[in-house]
Design a protein around this ligand. Structure first.
Ligand SMILES: Nc1ncnc2c1ncn2[C@@H]1O[C@H](COP(=O)(O)OP(=O)(O)OP(=O)(O)O)[C@@H](O)[C@H]1O
Ligand SMILES: [Mg+2]
Length: 345
């Protein structure tokens, strides 16, 4: 099964396979840009354009695998934990979930895709179980499925992107001292338009928030400062191929605004939850790799900060170029979490 992340700026494909020594090996991956405007606010507005990018990515990955795991944007999914009697059959749960869901979903039930998972015994009562329900507009799910099908793929898993990210964090946390147990870990996924913030403790999400900060802002500043076309600005930003005053005049202010955003998120976390500390900051998303960002976050917050490598502890396939992966890996957070689904029991 392939992991496919269709995000506003690009399509990302990751293929993991069983390794020789480690449980997982990154066989290959690809990141292909999506035409501007093809995806807006998480909606697939131009499926053909997105399919074209996906096809390019698939060719680069060069795989015969057709089964894929995809994800919905977190903002397009309503999730709710409910309590139901224990010991029902799958069909009985389905009926119960549907009747409960009607209370939480602001659309007609025929218009949504509804899914659920029994989480386990309820803390409140022995006779009950906690059930997680997830609902999304059918058309939004179908738009993504259609893109995959246009490329001859077969979607078998539809996840939620923040859940896929959490899967990766759990995998990486296992390598921390004491398995990261008892640590409040903050994950900042700094994308093109938004930064998704998630605080976790012992694998549970204790705080989640989205902020409008991302790499697109830096591209726009480059456009403004040097009169470039956005596409060229984007390429030169990644290559670091910009005039001498760039670091001081453009990059530095961008980093400062990013760091201010990070500390605002921490303040918000402290004031709106009982928690008073963060033990570790993990940075991910394509935009976190700009030179000096991680260092600036560490300095301002005083918290141990590192760029997250989703493939930490994995073997690398012969076709993977390690140096390029170092730059690309943080952006592959969601795609990696999705690709890991093939190892689910
Ligand atoms: N090597 C690099 N140097 C600087 N910026 C980079 C680099 N690689 C990617 N980026 C930036 O990262 C951003 C894309 O990151 P990512 O792929 O995580 O976002 P996304 O998931 O498409 O968008 P979002 O999370 O906002 O929905 C873009 O703004 C891109 O310019
Ligand atoms: Mg993203």
């Amino acid at each position: 099964m392939l992991g496919i992340d269709i995000s506003p700026s690009s399509v990302k494909v990751v293929e993991l396979e069983p390794g020789q020594k480690a449980p997982m090996r990154l066989r290959r991956y690809a990141i292909e840009p999506i035409a501007r405007g093809a995806i807006t606010d998480g909606n697939v507005d131009q499926p053909e354009q997105v399919a074209e990018s996906l096809n390019r990515a698939l060719r680069r990955v060069g795989t015969r695998t057709r089964a894929v795991a995809m994800a919905m944007p977190t903002s397009a999914v309503i999730t709710k934990k409910i309590t139901l009697p224990a010991g029902l059959s799958e069909d009985e749960y389905e009926v119960q979930v549907e009747s409960e869901a009607i209370q939480y979903i602001p659309f007609a039930i025929e218009e949504v895709n509804l899914d659920f998972q029994v989480l386990g015994p309820s803390a409140g009562s022995e006779d009950d179980v906690d059930v997680l329900l997830a609902a999304s507009r059918k058309e939004k799910v179908e738009d993504r499925v259609a893109v995959a099908e246009m490329c001859g793929l077969q979607p078998v898993v539809m996840d939620i992107d923040s859940y896929a990210a959490r899967e990766v964090l759990a995998h990486v946390a296992r390598a921390l001292p004491n398995g990261g147990h008892g640590e409040v870990i903050a994950l900042f996924d700094v994308g093109s338009m938004v930064t998704t913030v998630a605080m976790t403790l012992n694998g549970q999400t204790i705080f989640e928030r989205e902020q409008t900060f991302g790499g697109m802002q830096l591209t726009q500043e480059i456009v403004r400062a040097y009169g470039l076309m956005p596409e060229e600005a984007e390429v030169r930003k990644k290559a670091g191929d910009l005039p001498e005053d760039y670091a001081l005049q453009v990059l530095q202010p961008f980093i400062e605004s990013g760091v201010a955003d990070v500390s605002r998120a921490l303040q918000f976390f402290f004031t709106s939850t009982p928690y008073t500390r963060v033990d570790r900051i993990c940075l991910a998303g394509g935009a976190c790799v700009v030179p000096g960002f991680a260092e600036a976050v560490a300095e301002r917050t005083g918290v141990a900060t590192a760029i997250l490598n989703p493939f930490g502890g994995m073997e690398l396939g012969a076709a993977v170029r390690e140096k390029q992966l170092g730059v690309d890996a943080p952006a592959l957070l969601t795609a990696c979490g999705l690709a890991m689904r093939r190892f689910d029991a």
